[in-house]
Ligand binder design. Sequence first.
Ligand code: SF4
Length: 379
Amino acid sequence: MAYETLKQEIIEYSKQIGIDKIGFASVDEFSELKSRLKLQQESGFQSGFEKGTIEERTQPVRLMPEAQSIIAIALAYPSRMKNPPKSVKGDRRGVFARASWGKDYHHVLRDKLEKLGKFLEAKLDGFEYKPMVDTGELSDRAVAERAGIGFSGKNCAIITPEFGSYVYLGEMITNVPFPPDQPISEEEGCGECTKCIDSCPTGALVEGGRLNSQKCLAFLTQTKGFLPDEYRGKIGNHLYGFDTCQVVCPKNKNVDFHNHPEFEPDPELVKPRLMPLLTISNKEFKAKFGYMAGSWRGKKPLQRNAILALAHYKEESAVDQLIELMEKDPRPVIRGTAAWAIGKIGTKEGFAAIERVRQKEKDEDVLKEMEKGLQFQPV
Ligand code: SF4
C-alpha cells in the first residue's frame, strides 16, 4: 500500500469535511514532554484535570500497542462576535472565553475524527484508530507541534501560521505507518516577544511555555470551591475561561475565522446577564448552556463567578438578590461568596444583612467569608 498516496487522499477528504488543518506524526515517545510533565508534577503546577500516567501521556504505544502514526487535526474558531451586548449599570453581564463559544468543540472534533476513521476503514482492512479531543491521555499540543500544525507559544497554546492560536485540536492514533510531517521551523516561533507573560494578571506563565495551572485564571474559573482571595479581584466578569494570553498575542492580530457555523457565538449566551444566572434552575441551565464547553463543570462554578463579577462591578442593584442567596442557598460556596460580594459592594443594607444572617449560619467556611465581607465596612 502506498501510504503517501493514501495520506494525500485523507488530506483531500479532510478539506471536504471541514477540517482546517491536518498533520501526521510518529508515535515515538514524547521525551521532551515527559521531562516537562515531571517538572510540572514536582512543582505542583498541574490542574488535576489531567488523564493517565506520565508514561501513558507520553508513549502512544501504551494506549494502543499496534500504534504506528498519529493524525492531528485543527479547526479554527472565531475571535470576534457581531453586536456583543453591553454590560451596563443595573444590567451587568459576564463573559465566556472564546473556546466556549458555540457548540462544545469536543463533540464537533470527535465527529470529524470519526468521519476520518470511517473513511480509512473503507479503504484499509484491519484499520484501527483511537480518537482523542482534549480529555484523552495524549497532549493535543505536543501532537499538533510534532505534526506541523503549529508551534508551541510562550502562552502554552499552539500557534498556527494560518489561524493563530484560535484553533481547537484533536488527534487519532492509528495502526497505519503514514509518513510523518515536519514540525514548523523555529523561526516561526515567539522570538523575543513576552507579551503574554507580561500581561498575565496572576503571573501564571512561568518562563516561556510553562504554566502554573494553579494560578491560571482559566483553570480557576472551573474550580468548584471558594476562589482563593488573591484571585477574586482579578477574575473580573469572566464566568468561564480567560484568554488574555491569546488576545495580546501579535500572532493573533486580525485573526478571526468563521469557518464553522457550530462555533458561532450566541451573544446572549456567551455574554449572559449575571443576575438571572444566579437563580437559574438545573433544567433551564441544561437547556440554555448545556451544549457549550463552558458548562462541563455544572452551574455552580459559573454562579460563583457571576457573584464575583457583580462584586467586581460593585453592582448595588444586585444586593437584595445576593442577600437572598447568602441566607437561603443550600451550597456553602454560594452562600459564602455572596456574603463576601455583599461586603465588597459595600452598602449599609448589605453589611446589616451579613450581621443578621451570620447569627444563624453554622458553616465554618461561610462564617469566615462573612467575616471577610464585614471587613470591607468603613471604620
Ligand atoms: Fe509568543 Fe508573544 Fe504570542 Fe506570547 S504573546 S505566545 S510570547 S508571540
